[in-house]
Ligand binder design. Sequence first.
Ligand code: NAD
Length: 428
Amino acid sequence: MNDKAYNPFEAAQTQCDEIAEVLGLETATRDFLREPMREYQFSIPVHMDDGKMKIFRGFRVQHNLARGPGKGGIRFHPQETIDTIRALSMWMTWKCAVVDIPLGGSKGGVICDPHNLSAREQEQICRGWVRQIARDVGPYLDVPAPDVMTNAQMMLWMLDEFEAIHGGKYPGFITGKPISVGGSQGRKEATGYGVIFTVREALKELNLKPENTSTSVQGFGNVAQFAIQLYNQMGGKVVCVSCWDQKENQANSFYKKDGIDLDELLKITDPFGGIEKDKARDLGYEILSGDAWIEQDVDILIPAALENQITTDTVDKISKSVKLIAEGANGPTTPKADKILKEKGIFVIPDFLANAGGVTCSYFEQVQSNMNYYWSKDEVFGKLDEKMTSAFISVSEFAQKRKLHMRDAAYTIAISRVAQACRDRGWV
Ligand code: NAD
């Protein structure tokens, strides 16, 4: 099978099976962990603007709630499938476990394309999704959040519907809310900053000082922009970024030998993380192919755009100078390419550890909302740094002790924590 086309749920189950084998888990525990505990699939009827009724298909999958309430986003996507949501809910379980926050893993979605829906129709889908599932989610049961093509406004409609159904105020039901209505400070920076907290710790292990390193980044959206900001503050130099060009329907890379200027590039970037090519050229950037980000002679690569980018086709383009890859995106490396990275001896901070800053800050939002008492930005960043750093150190110490690569060590820690919680509850 080509390593670019695979079923994400089968891939997630294979990973789970492999680690279960290493851990010697009993059959019942393996069977329990490789499938979601509960799945909901439902129809959402919507009166469209043209007066017709349309039925949308909605999902919520609760993979494992042994360690606490479920946590996971809701995606709106025309090609959404139940298998994608199953896989993402399982990955949420491992992500919450590896950073040791007391939450389980869930994910939800609706098959739709918000580009073709009016604001009123989007609101009806959000409220309809909540009406179908309101009794099976909640601040102490399962807490949704935004994901692909959903946003803070949609979270607020969903909260409003949930509160109308349950007759009370439950700001902890959902995260990713606007700051003015119970959102957390620092959420927009959290994922990118979290990536760099783990990069900082990895560089200590590699005996490298951030100010003596250079980096190339795939993507220039939310994760990439804040990762670059903090890395620059630590003295690091980003020489290349890439992004998608809507007009040309292709990706481009933007290179500057002495380092990109983040503020200057942000001024010519659209809200979707697309950089205006002609303006960048005028500012002295070299415009390279979309793949060029991976070929740079740098110390660090940060894929922060899409899944399946480091594949058997691209992995050999990685320069010998690269010592560290921090996976900002979800699933940027295919399993086959990952084996090759191991052979090359590149230190990889796996996605569900590197990009866990986002869910950690969502957890902080849930805690603040449940208390109805909110922290300052500095307090949020301090707590985020502490969580990410201690998660990184636990994984890295375990990897050294057991002579494992970081990804395998992170999976082993996460799966054994969840298995233990299931055993302690008497579920397996
Ligand atoms: P975003 O939509 O803000 O930015 C995506 C960026 O990738 C844009 O700059 C876009 O132009 C670029 N891009 C798209 N296709 C590309 C291509 N073929 N080549 C190069 N660049 C391309 O998204 P984001 O929120 O920054 O998320 C990026 C990744 O991080 C995703 O995999 C997402 O699932 C993951 N992630 C995000 C968060 C979060 O809190 N935002 C949390 C965890 C994981």
